[in-house]
Design a protein around this ligand. Structure first.
Ligand code: ZN
Length: 92
């Protein structure tokens, strides 16, 4: 037999998430928008050993507008490369 009790627990939620480039609020209004943009600019450099993770993490928080109109053109122009663009429908 299982018995249940109701407990309250603290949950950590994002209070504020701003773009490091333009300072805009990046928390989408899920009730008024279907925006599901996800941008991750991150690197983990180093080694993982049995005793622990020795990697150094580098990251910035970036909104979709800054990624599309600032970061992508900057990297493409600097390194003469093109980002791959794929519909998420085709990847599933
Ligand atoms: Zn931005």
């Amino acid at each position: 037999m299982k018995t249940f009790k109701i407990v309250q627990k603290e949950v950590k939620v994002i209070e504020q998430h701003v773009c490091d480039i333009c300072g805009s609020d990046m928390i989408p209004d899920r009730y008024n928008s279907f925006d599901a943009s996800e941008i991750t600019i991150e690197a983990k450099i180093g080694s993982v050993v049995p005793g622990g993770d020795l990697r150094e993490k580098f990251s910035i928080d970036c909104c979709s507008d800054c990624f599309q109109y600032q970061v992508v053109p900057l990297i493409e122009n600097k390194f003469k490369i093109r980002f791959k663009e794929n519909s998420m429908d085709l990847e599933s």
